[in-house]
Design a protein around this ligand. Structure first.
Ligand SMILES: CC(C)(COP(=O)(O)OP(=O)(O)OC[C@H]1O[C@@H](n2cnc3c(N)ncnc32)[C@H](O)[C@@H]1OP(=O)(O)O)[C@@H](O)C(=O)NCCC(=O)NCCS
Length: 136
C-alpha cells in the first residue's frame, strides 16, 4: 500500500481543498509530524495527521472514508493520536473545525475538546471553531 496515494484518495473525497500526494509526502517527512492510520481488509479506512511543537499539539487532519464511517475508526485513530502527542511531550492539543461540521464537532467533544474561539469567515462558506483539550 502506498500510504500517500491512499491518503490522497481520502483527501479528495473529504476535503476542499484536498492535500495532494506531494503535500502529504512533505507532511509525513516532517519530523514534527505525527501520523496515525487504520486499515481494514488491506485498505486504508482513515488517518490523522498532526504536529507537535514543544508542548503544543495541533491536529491538522482526521478523516475516515465514507464506507467505513460510524464504525469507531475515528475514535481509535483519535485515541492513538492523542497518546502519541503526549509521548512527544504535548500537554495540550488545538484544532480548527468548520462550524457546520457537526460530525467532527461531536467526535471532538466526545474526547473532551472545548470550543475556545470562533474565526469568522475563515473558510469560503463557513466559520472556523477553534477547540482545545488538555492532555495531562
Ligand atoms: C468526522 C469523522 C472523521 C468521524 O469518523 P467515524 O469513523 O465515522 O467516527 P466514529 O465512528 O469513530 O465515531 C466517534 C464519535 O464521533 C461522533 N460522530 C461521528 N460521526 C457522527 C455523525 N455523523 N453525527 C454525529 N456524531 C458523529 C459520535 O460522537 C461518535 O460516537 P458514537 O458512535 O459513540 O456516537 C468522519 O465523519 C469524516 O471523515 N468526515 C469527513 C472529514 C472531516 O470532516 N474531518 C474532520 C475535519 S478535519
Amino acid at each position: 500500500m502506498d500510504i500517500c496515494e491512499e491518503i490522497s484518495r481520502i483527501e479528495e473525497e473529504c476535503f476542499d481543498p484536498a492535500w495532494n500526494y506531494e503535500e502529504i509526502m512533505f507532511e509525513l517527512d516532517n519530523p514534527l509530524c505525527i501520523s496515525v492510520w487504520e486499515q481494514s481488509d488491506g485498505k486504508l479506512a482513515g488517518y490523522a495527521l498532526a504536529r507537535v511543537i514543544e508542548d503544543e499539539g495541533e491536529l491538522l487532519r482526521i478523516a475516515v472514508t465514507e464506507s467505513f464511517r460510524r464504525r469507531g475508526f475515528a475514535k481509535k485513530i483519535m485515541t492513538r493520536m492523542l497518546g502519541d502527542m503526549k509521548k512527544r511531550g504535548a500537554s495540550v492539543c488545538f484544532l480548527e473545525v468548520r462550524s457546520k461540521n457537526s460530525a467532527a464537532i461531536a467526535l471532538y467533544e466526545s474526547f473532551g475538546f472545548g470550543k475556545i474561539s470562533v474565526r469568522r469567515h475563515y473558510y469560503k462558506n463557513d466559520d472556523a471553531i477553534v477547540m482545545r483539550k488538555e492532555l495531562s
